[in-house]
Write a protein that binds this ligand. Structure first.
Ligand SMILES: Cc1cc2nc3c(=O)[nH]c(=O)nc-3n(C[C@H](O)[C@H](O)[C@H](O)COP(=O)(O)OP(=O)(O)OC[C@H]3O[C@@H](n4cnc5c(N)ncnc54)[C@H](O)[C@@H]3O)c2cc1C
Length: 481
């Protein structure tokens, strides 16, 4: 949710912030101002973005949240809501001198109703705990950001998280039945799917913490697929992998998962460990879900399409061990990119699938132009690509070229009829490109919604107006402290 107006909450009383008032509300052990806490909460998972908060608070119920919102509104302090802090769009990076409101203690344990096939939990419960609670009752919770062991339900809802299962099963919005949230004006909103409050529910999902703090939610669960078969296809060029993707989907097969790794991603993971991909220039990992008969039939169709598009031979469904190695390589990309350069920053453009081959070629041209490696991977079946620019944050030249690459990648996504963000949200990283992606009247309409919920701009002000990208090179945590 982006809104082009300036917050009136500019943290005016920076030096004299009345922490006592916050302590009155939350208690002294849940209002932290020590330097190690402030440094830990000054960043999220986005390299190169940081803010210096004055306090980090850990509310435990809606009453405390309402009172903090009222206090901040009266004092002109702003708040950035934070879940697991795994945002890759700078969405949970605080403002200088503002307050971080952590949802970690809103961790009411998941309750699974196996009869109704639903799960209810607090915003601070991790995605992995939701998945485990569902699995224990023989059920399946498909939203699966790869950050699931740290990312939280509230953050997943606020970003409308997807993941590798999104192609077949949809994103988290498709599972939400009820959301409870507190708005900056102190209203407690309980919005449900299928009743007149439904539009409020859809406004809160994907609002990136700009409209309110989500406290808890109830979501739908489904039955897991009875049969799963994995195919690992190696290619000599990225073009072949992209063409195979387009053809498979055109033939009406919707894999449970369909992940892509390009040459740079493969080289990075191979530097960390030998995944047996030394001679591979592009990789597709496909999972087919369904009944045994259905999976057998789809496997034939997929193998023939992969063969036609130049996949390396021999090609057959992967053994359990081969599939595990391939999925481990896919999971290792983010951490392995540090082997190439100390910094990396990614986008998550999402383009029409027919434009995937072209998007890959354009990104490759950008990489040559700025003379920086760009690793491209992602949930290619739904058109989502994660181009990650690899750079050295201590080099001013590389920082400038990295910013140029990010801008050009955003332009490519838009020019090909896609969107700026397939799943991570706009955050701070993509805010500079919002004017290119949306017309002014659409932005104005979104600003009106923001104003209606948060007239003073208390919540996540960094996501609500255009601001300069953090100066580069970014200061280290030590310099900032
Ligand atoms: C290795 C890695 C892999 C990833 N893979 C995926 C992926 O496959 N798919 C995907 O979608 N994302 C992925 N992400 C991005 C990220 O994990 C998701 O956006 C996730 O949903 C964020 O959850 P979080 O709890 O960490 O939220 P945070 O990072 O803490 O916050 C994200 C945004 O949500 C807001 N927010 C957080 N909690 C609340 C709340 N309770 N109420 C209101 N607003 C709130 C914050 O203000 C911020 O704007 C990945 C990240 C990493 C590091």
């Amino acid at each position: 949710m982006i809104a082009q107006y300036r917050s009136s909450c500019q943290n005016p009383t920076l030096d004299t912030m009345n922490f006592e008032a916050l302590i009155d509300i939350c208690g002294s052990d849940r209002v932290r101002t020590d330097s190690s806490t402030l440094v830990a909460y000054s960043v999220d998972a986005t390299v190169g973005y940081r803010g210096n908060p004055s306090a980090v608070i850990f509310p435990i119920n809606s009453n405390e949240i309402r009172r903090v919102f009222a206090l901040c509104s009266s004092q002109g302090w702003n708040i950035v809501v934070r879940g697991g802090g795994t945002s890759l769009a700078g969405g949970a990076v605080p403002s200088d001198h503002g307050i971080v409101m952590s949802t970690e203690l809103l961790d009411t344990k998941p309750i699974v109703d196996a009869q109704s096939m639903t799960i209810s939990a607090g915003a601070g419960v991790t995605t992995a705990d939701l998945q485990t609670a569902a699995a224990k009752k023989g059920l399946f919770f498909p939203p699966d950001p790869s950050s699931q062991s740290v990312a939280m339900l509230g953050g997943n809802l606020a970003t409308n998280a997807g993941g590798s299962f999104a192609l077949k099963y949809g994103v988290i919005r498709d599972y939400v039945l009820t959301i409870e949230a507190v708005t900056p004006s102190g209203d407690i909103v309980i919005a449900r799917r299928g009743d007149p409050t439904e539009p409020l529910l859809d406004l809160m999902i994907g609002s990136e913490g700009t409209l309110g703090l989500i406290i808890s939610a109830t979501l739908r669960l489904i039955r897991p697929p009875p049969t799963v078969s994995t195919i690992v296809a190696r290619f000599y060029t990225a073009d072949q992998a992209m063409n195979a993707t387009v053809e498979i989907l055109k033939m009406g097969v919707v894999p449970g998962r369909m992940e892509f790794m390009d040459e740079v991603s493969i080289a990075a993971v191979q530097l960390a460990r030998d995944y047996g991909l030394a001679n591979t220039k592009a990789l597709l990992i496909l999972e087919l879900h369904g009944t045994e008969k259905d999976v057998t039939q789809k496997t034939k169709v997929v193998l023939s399409a992969l063969n036609r598009n130049g996949s390396q031979k021999p090609l057959a469904p992967a053994t359990f061990e081969e599939a595990t190695v391939a999925w481990n390589a896919r999971s290792a990309i983010t951490s392995s990119l540090a082997r190439l350069k100390p910094g990396k920053i990614g986008e998550d453009i999402c383009v029409p699938r027919s434009k995937l081959p072209r998007a890959l070629r354009e990104i490759s041209k950008i990489s040559t132009e700025v003379d920086l490696l760009i690793a491209v991977f992602g949930h290619v079946g739904d058109g989502t690509l994660h181009p990650n620019v690899s750079y050295d944050p201590s080099s001013m030249s590389e920082c400038q070229r990295m910013k140029k690459a990010l801008s050009k990648i955003a332009e490519i996504g838009i020019a090909l009829g896609g969107v700026l963000s397939g799943e991570h949200g706009i955050g701070r990283v993509k805010l500079p490109y919002v004017d290119k992606a949306y017309d002014q009247s659409t932005i104005a309409a979104m600003a009106s919604i923001k104003k209606a919920f948060d007239p003073l701009g208390v919540l996540n002000p960094n996501l609500t107006w255009k601001e300069k990208v953090t100066d580069y090179p970014p200061k280290t945590a030590h310099q900032q402290a």
